[in-house]
Design a protein around this ligand. Structure first.
Ligand SMILES: NC(=O)c1ccc[n+]([C@@H]2O[C@H](COP(=O)([O-])OP(=O)(O)OC[C@H]3O[C@@H](n4cnc5c(N)ncnc54)[C@H](OP(=O)(O)O)[C@@H]3O)[C@@H](O)[C@H]2O)c1
Length: 418
């Protein structure tokens, strides 16, 4: 919570643009400070000076009064209720709204978009996805006429920081402790490490890129809690780096949206994004590939994206959302995979594994084999294969008596764009 109280009201002689602020915590507090710092400059090019006309927290402010005074409401409370009710009430009263609330947008987005359309008001949410990286505006405006094929995103800074630490030898527990110590992870990091936070953001991005309703429940997600540091080490030998990757893409006439750990070759634009950063790659035949990256979170950074939305509404740049199109969700998709087998070190093991993979038409691109006394590690990367086919083949491999542990698989992204 910011310790500095916001200034309420306009300067003498100005025609203020009244901003009602719901929430005055990490982002809300930083937003109030930033707005005050930037107000004169915004007035200079926009003709109106934005001012905070009222603030609501758990202990201050009256929502009805703030709503009636405001030209626009900024929601920085977070969570579902009362944020949802406040936003709906504001839009029904004809007010434009700005929010940074990914949980709300990924679970009640259609209700909010529909209300914005019905009442002809603007609903802006740049800060809900990828922090300060202006991906929402780029998708809604710059690329609005471009048929997008795929979006890849590193949209959770906490896990990206942790994976960067693990790539340098830290254990999962050490990486998490360091993320908490440096303020990149909350005391309860479960939404981050389980992939749920990234899934919410990918649902919002998919809705924007493909114009189809995508609920958080439509996104299959897997986190980083079960990763082994040795997977990162072997993969390095194969030229691969590990990320928690969100994907939204057209597949078989439908749409697949998912989040899971994935290996990238060094030529992929997201391979070099490390630490608490976010990045999003947009792919389309017309543009090949565009990558945007920047800080993933932080009060002041997020507040800057929120203020950008306020200015966009003031200048009339943003439109009410377009009506949705229906696209079916596709579950079973094709990818290359990393496969890690812990096996007994005896002759014929590799040949037996290759035979089963061959019978399922899983072909192998590269293999690393290491003897370790009685045991050996067999690490391979497949060529592209339908996921259910790979799973069936790996299940059969797991039945061999020489396989010591459950085989581990991780998706591999083959594109490099170099
Ligand atoms: N923090 C980040 O780096 C970041 C990054 C991107 C997006 N976001 C999003 O930004 C939003 C705000 O996050 P934050 O980190 O600023 O949260 P926060 O620090 O917890 O602040 C929440 C604010 O909302 C107020 N509030 C909570 N419940 C309320 C209620 N029932 N009625 C009125 N006010 C209520 C709190 O009041 P009190 O002051 O009285 O407690 C506090 O001022 C969330 O949607 C979050 O997902 C945050």
């Amino acid at each position: 919570m910011s310790s500095r109280a916001p200034t309420v009201g306009g300067g003498a002689g100005s025609a203020p643009f009244q901003v009602g602020l719901l929430g005055h915590g990490t982002v809300g507090g930083a937003f109030a400070v930033l707005l005050e710092e930037r107000a004169a400059e915004i007035e200079r090019f926009n003709g109106r000076r934005p001012v905070i006309s009222g603030v609501l927290t758990r202990t201050q402010g009256d929502f009805e009064q703030i709503l009636s005074d405001a030209d626009l409401l900024v929601e920085l409370i977070g969570g579902i209720e009362p944020a949802r009710e406040y936003l709906l009430t504001a839009m029904r009263a004809g007010k434009d709204v700005v929010s940074a609330n990914k949980q709300l947008l990924s679970q009640h987005g259609e209700e909010l978009f529909e209300t914005a359309r019905e009442y002809g008001v603007r609903l802006r949410f740049e800060a809900a996805v990828a922090g300060v990286v202006p991906v929402v505006r780029v998708l809604e405006e710059s690329l609005s006429a471009t048929p997008i094929e795929r979006i890849h995103g590193i949209v959770n800074g906490t896990t990206n920081f942790m994976l960067s630490e693990m790539a340098h030898g830290s254990s999962y527990a050490q990486a998490l402790a360091e993320a908490q110590r440096r303020g990149f992870a909350e005391a309860d990091p479960s939404d981050d490490v389980s992939g749920r936070d990234a899934a919410a953001k990918m649902a919002i991005l998919a809705r924007l890129a493909f114009g189809t309703p995508v609920h958080l429940n439509d996104v299959r997600y897997e986190g980083i809690e079960h990763l082994h540091v040795d997977d990162l080490e072997y993969a390095r030998e194969l030229g691969l780096g590990l990320k928690l990757l969100g994907t939204a893409e057209r597949r078989q006439g439908g749409l697949s949206v998912r989040v899971h750990p994935a290996f990238l070759y060094s030529g992929h634009p997201l391979a070099s994004v490390s630490g608490p950063f976010n990045a999003v790659t947009v792919e389309s035949e017309a543009i090949t590939e565009i990558t945007m990256s920047g800080p993933g979170a932080g009060g002041r950074q997020t507040a800057s994206a929120v203020l950008g939305d306020v200015v966009s509404v003031m200048t009339g740049g943003a439109r009410p959302p377009a009506p949705p199109l229906a696209l079916r969700m596709v579950e079973d998709v094709e990818n290359a995979f990393y496969l890690h087998l812990d096996v007994a070190d005896r002759p014929g093991v590799l040949a037996a594994v290759m035979q089963v993979l061959g019978e399922h038409e899983v072909s192998i691109k590269s293999v690393v084999q290491r003897g370790m006394g009685e045991r050996a590690r067999l690490v391979m990367v497949t060529h592209s294969v339908i996921e259910s086919t790979l799973r069936a083949a790996v299940e059969r491999v797991g039945e061999f008596d020489f396989v010591r542990n459950t085989p581990r698989t991780i998706c591999v992204i083959e594109e490099e764009f170099v």
